[in-house]
Each structure stands twice: as structure tokens, then as C-alpha cells.
Design a binder for this molecule. Structure first.
Ligand code: GRF
Length: 202
């Protein structure tokens, strides 16, 4: 299955997807970044993948930016859009255009800690368990139906950095696994609140 991957930064999740692409039946048609200095672009180039950069400064609205994003993605005729550390909120225009075709990974056990700085917020809230969620993207930020979660224990000694390393390690396992479910056509988004795996509501 052909996909585009959207990134903004380091791209360690992108790397885990590149490394497992053959195994999970994924063909990465293009890696698109809103940030020209994203290290993930270098990872994509090393893997000989096509890349595109969309500079937000050149667009006078979020819709105009997302229209350009749609037009680039359209050229690639993909069935899946994978958000891998993509730090822009997608407009309703984009989300409804690609309804059921967008996956995101979020570094917390949603619905806890949607938004940013999840690791520090989990530590500050004295949580004992933290983790990662993969979900379908809908109009509600970090609010689309959950597909899969994995947890890590927060030790007393954990800092934001050590916790983020632990969570990233689980991200690199869970995301290729969920993408594979999608490429096998086992995952379907029914509506804003419901998704199914193998025909059963998740
Ligand atoms: C990950 O923690 C991901 O869950 C979040 O942003 C981070 C991206 O890391 N959405 P990387 O760029 O994949 O290394």
C-alpha cells in the first residue's frame, strides 16, 4: 500500500517505519515536512525516498497550507497518510478530505495528556504509568478513535528525557504494527468515535 509520511522533526518513528516497510507491505511515496531543518528529511534522503517541504510562512492561512498539502499528496495517489511527529494541527478541510486514511501516534495514554509536553505533565501529575497511543485522526485534536496503546512504568528516578526515551522505544514497535493492520485492510474508521479491527469495534 502506498503512503505519505508527514513529519516535523527528528523522525525516529519515520526511521522505524522505513526499516519495517517491506515487512508491513508499505511503499513510502513521499515524506513531507513543514520544517525544512527536520532531521527526518535526512533520514528520508538516506533511504532514497522522495521528500517535499511546505514552508508555512508562504501561506496566509491554515487552510491554504493544507490545500497545498492535499495537492502534493494527491499527486502520489496514496491510500494512507501517516503522521509521525507532525507538529501542525490539521484543518477540518484536510481531515474530512482524507477521512479514515490518517493515522497518528501520540506519546501518552489518551485520553490522558492530549496536546504537548506529555512526559513532563505525566511526571508532574505523579502518574505511575505512561505510554503511547495510535489513533485515527478526526477533527477533534488527539481525539479520534484509539487503535492501540502500550504502557511504560514511570520510575521515581525518571526525568522527561528518560521517560521520553522509554516511550519512543515502544512507539517504534507499536506504530509499524498498527500500520501493518491498516495495509492488510483490517482497520476501518466507521465514524468520529468508532473504528473496527477485523470487523470488531475496538
Ligand atoms: C513522538 O513522541 C510522537 O509520538 C509524537 O512526536 C514525537 C516524534 O518523534 N507525535 P520522532 O520525530 O518520530 O522522533
Amino acid at each position: 500500500m502506498k503512503a505519505v509520511i508527514l513529519i516535523s522533526g527528528n523522525g525516529s518513528n519515520l526511521q522505524s517505519i522505513i526499516d519495517s516497510a517491506d515487512r508491513i507491505d508499505l511503499q513510502i511515496s513521499c515524506v513531507i515536512s513543514n520544517n525544512r531543518s527536520a532531521f527526518g528529511l535526512k533520514r528520508a534522503e538516506s533511504a532514497k525516498l522522495q521528500t517535499a517541504i511546505i514552508d508555512p510562512e508562504l501561506y496566509n492561512s491554515k487552510e491554504a497550507f493544507d490545500r497545498e498539502l492535499i495537492s502534493i499528496i494527491h499527486q502520489h495517489r496514496v491510500e494512507l497518510i501517516v503522521l509521525a511527529g507532525y507538529m501542525r494541527v490539521l484543518t477540518p478541510l484536510f481531515v474530512s478530505h482524507y477521512f479514515g486514511k490518517i493515522l497518528n501516534i501520540h506519546p501518552s495514554l489518551l485520553p490522558k495528556f492530549s496536546g504537548l509536553n506529555t512526559h513532563q505533565r505525566a511526571i508532574d501529575a505523579s502518574e505511575k504509568v505512561h505510554g503511547v497511543s495510535v489513533h485515527f485522526v478526526t477533527k477533534e485534536l488527539d481525539g479520534g478513535p484509539l487503535i492501540c496503546q502500550d504502557s511504560v512504568i514511570i520510575e521515581n528516578s525518571d526525568t522527561e528525557e528518560t521517560l521520553s526515551m522509554k516511550v519512543l522505544k515502544t512507539e517504534h514497535v507499536i506504530y509499524p504494527k498498527v500500520i501493518h493492520w491498516y495495509t492488510q485492510r483490517r482497520l476501518i474508521l466507521i465514524d468520529d468515535k468508532t473504528a473496527t479491527l477485523d470487523g470488531k469495534i475496538i
